[in-house]
Design a protein around this ligand. Structure first.
Ligand code: SF4
Ligand code: SF4
Length: 190
């Protein structure tokens, strides 16, 4: 019954081009919205939505061990061949990665590694500032992946930020205060 009603809805949507009208409504909303300028990177920074695919991170369990079982599925499915996993057996007899490297210079951020992982270990997080003038700096290791930012709780907001210029490479830190919703800021309703 539920399947039949979903099928009917999709059929009606196809006849009346509901996806097309939805897309046009979004385009018109952008056309008549206000223009705002982000003061990035000096004072503000966009925090992407949780669906954003940025710098990878590796999850750990309550005991501090990585979830990764070094099965190498992510490495095998990666279309860019940019993941290197070398397994070892830890003191508890678990298979873990001794080496887990990702070459971000080659990565497409397609998310296939995240989809393939059977242990819910590798994810693509919110971090997008991964540029470097040296390609070797873009090879990240297991410790970098464990420490990398997770998916954002406050995605879709613009947060107060500060550009740290005296570090190499320069970095942008976000404040802890609440940000503002970008959609609300560009709306002309107020
Ligand atoms: S996001 Fe895609 S290209 Fe990047 S490491 Fe994962 S599978 Fe490879
Ligand atoms: S991250 Fe997931 S898919 Fe990749 S080696 Fe570890 S357990 Fe296997």
């Amino acid at each position: 019954m539920a399947r039949s009603s979903t099928h009917k809805r999709s059929w009606i949507g196809w006849v009346f081009f509901t996806d097309l009208w939805g897309g046009l409504r979004l385009t018109l909303r952008y056309m008549f919205s206000k223009t705002i300028t982000h003061h990035y990177p000096d004072f503000e920074k966009w925090v992407p939505y949780p669906r954003h695919r940025g710098h990878h991170f590796i999850k750990t369990n309550d005991e501090g061990d990585v979830n990764c079982v070094a099965c190498e599925l992510c490495s095998k499915i990666c279309p860019c061949d940019c993941i290197t996993v070398i397994p070892f057996e830890d003191a508890k007899g678990n298979r873990r990665p001794e080496v887990f490297d990702i070459d971000l210079a080659r990565c497409l951020y397609c998310g296939l590694c995240e989809d393939a992982c059977p242990a819910d270990a590798i994810k693509l997080g919110q971090e997008y500032e991964v540029s470097s003038t040296r390609s070797e700096n873009l090879v990240v290791h297991l410790e970098d992946l464990i420490a990398a930012p997770r998916k954002s709780d406050n995605g879709g907001q613009v947060m107060a930020a500060k550009l740290v210029k005296d570090e190499a490479p320069k970095s942008v830190t976000t404040g802890t205060s609440d940000g503002f919703d970008w959609w609300e800021r560009i709306s002309r309703k107020e």
